[in-house]
Design a protein around this ligand. Sequence first.
Ligand SMILES: [Zn+2]
Length: 207
Amino acid sequence: MTYADTTVIEHLAQSRNYRGWRTPDLVCEADNMRGQYEDIAACPFILEAETPTGCTQEEYIDDSLFYLRASIESILKEINRRETMQLSNVILGKSIIEAIKEKTGEQGLIDAISWYCQIETHHNIWKFKCTVHGDGHDRDASGVIYLKEIRWHCYGCNKGGDIFDAVMHFEHVPMSEAIKKLARYTGIDTRPFQPKPIPQAQGGVIV
Ligand SMILES: [Zn+2]
């Protein structure tokens, strides 16, 4: 892994849209890594100031480069992981749903229910006042959020499910609308996958 690889990896991350996964986080990381390479190359006086006592400047540079290479490898690994996921999920809709579920998690479900209902928590039991049944007056908080399962249930409506079911239930919209809303919320791109070639000018070889 070298300085040039950061450019290639940044471009890889930019050009990939893994049906449900956007990669701006990886683009930022690659950019950040390149900046650190530039610091090491261009600012020896900064390094001198940063070098911890009991360590030579060369050792410090070696350590920094080791850290940078490890970071770049992890970015590349993540790109590959997302690519594998893309290939294994042929059905567009399924991939987006899985990506949204993975990104939102338990906090996302709490957030989504809080868009519609008042949430109460006591001894790590999460409940909410349902706004659907009983003309929206739910004094006893009939809804429960099961964080471990990342699911919810309203015992007044006798309805429940995952984050998509929550949006459909409380907004009275179909699944397609729930996907759109949650894709926007998570920053997940729902456009079809369109790979772009890596320009030769970007240079560098990933080892
Ligand atoms: Zn209800």
